[in-house]
Design a protein around this ligand. Structure first.
Ligand SMILES: [Zn+2]
Length: 354
């Protein structure tokens, strides 16, 4: 078979050839564990691997963490991720195992392989994991990421998230969303309390945007959001002063529908702030950066994942020989793998097979 340069990537390759030995070095199991090299399982428990990596503190990346704490030799995460898990799950949760924190750029050696963390722009503490084996194969797992603030790692094997892996998932308006969010909140404050609903990490990003824009209204938060926010602050985010929703001053403001901003987890949206001005922060919006869904109810397209173009950009710059797209977590793994095969002429598979 002749070797040729692919027009898209420019690097020489034998399409769909020579990858079978590589495909033994990484996989995603039916239980969602991302296996890198001989020793590492990321983001879900796997009984065959002594090292467990938590790329970040979202629930779908902490699968089987209790089992890992009980049985793995080491559970690796960044310091910020550890601090977030401590406030989300309680300080005793991680005590049961051998947790080791690893800074970005730092390497842990294990037998003949090594694992290194790199920053991923997603939520506080998020990391990409690079495993290098005895043959020098570079096996990269991106975890969840937004391409703009994330260093692209050269990879032989690239395991990547596929949340917005369909060509339909493009957000051409990324840059304008912050300003729109600020204007919408300002508009809402004219009516009284503005409720913002989002997931952990995203909520704090919204606080940071509003604080930076000089919004003066007070930020009211329930206890869990308060503790997560304090961790974000300890790790360098600037989010402004927070008042606990249980405090009398806050209770009164909410009761009177005074102009303040109340931040709640997305799961509270059916119970809290009915009839008030409400904003949901979600990545699943592609047609418009801001959509009104009911009277005084809006969805803002602020995402902590790359859109389709961002995912493709990562592959282009990383120059892998083999790509595995995450078909366990929500997204378009099959579509993304098919597009990568077509665009770059390299092997790409969605795993686990469903
Ligand atoms: Zn995530």
């Amino acid at each position: 078979m002749t070797t040729h340069a692919n027009s898209e990537t420019g690097w020489p390759q034998k399409p769909h050839d020579g990858c079978s030995f590589l495909s033994l070095k990484a996989a995603i199991t039916q239980k969602g564990a991302v296996l890198l090299g001989k020793y590492v399982a990321c983001d879900a428990f796997d009984e065959s691997k002594p090292l467990r990596v938590i790329t970040h503190a979202h629930a779908d990346h902490m699968i089987g963490l209790q089992q890992s704490l009980r049985t793995c030799e080491k559970v690796l995460m960044t310091k910020a991720t550890k601090d977030l898990i401590n406030v989300m799950r309680g300080p005793l949760f991680l005590m049961g195992g051998s947790v080791e924190t690893l800074d970005y750029g730092k390497t842990l050696r294990y037998e003949e392989e090594s694992v290194t963390f790199f920053h991923a722009d997603h939520i506080l503490g998020a990391a990409q994991a690079l495993v290098e084996d005895a043959e020098g194969t570079r096996i990269v797992y991106t975890g969840d990421f937004r391409v703009d603030g994330t260093p692209v790692l050269d990879a032989d094997i690239l395991v990547m998230e596929a949340t917005y892996g369909s060509p339909a998932c493009k957000r051409p308006f990324n840059k304008n969303v912050n300003n729109l969010l600020v204007s919408l909140v300002e508009e809402g404050l004219k009516h009284g309390t503005v409720y913002v609903f989002g997931y952990h990490g995203k909520i704090q990003e919204v606080m940071q945007i509003l604080h930076k824009a000089g919004i003066k209204a007070s930020f009211i938060v329930p206890e869990r959001v308060f503790h997560v926010s304090k961790v974000c602050e300890q790790h360098g985010m600037r989010i402004g002063r927070l008042t606990l929703s249980e405090e009398r001053e806050a209770e009164e403001q909410l009761k009177k529908n005074s102009p303040c901003i109340a931040f709640y987890h997305m799961n509270s949206r059916s119970k809290i702030g009915q009839g008030s001005f409400r904003i949901y922060v979600s990545g699943w919006e592609f047609n418009s950066p801001c959509r009104q869904i009911a009277d005084k109810e809006y969805v803002i397209a602020l995402s902590d994942h790359s859109d389709y173009d961002g995912l493709i950009q990562y592959v282009r710059q990383s120059k892998p020989k083999l790509v595995i797209t995450d078909n366990y977590r929500i997204g378009y793994a099959d579509k993304l793998a098919a597009t990568i095969r077509k665009l770059f002429g390299i092997s790409a598979t969605a795993l686990p097979k469903k």
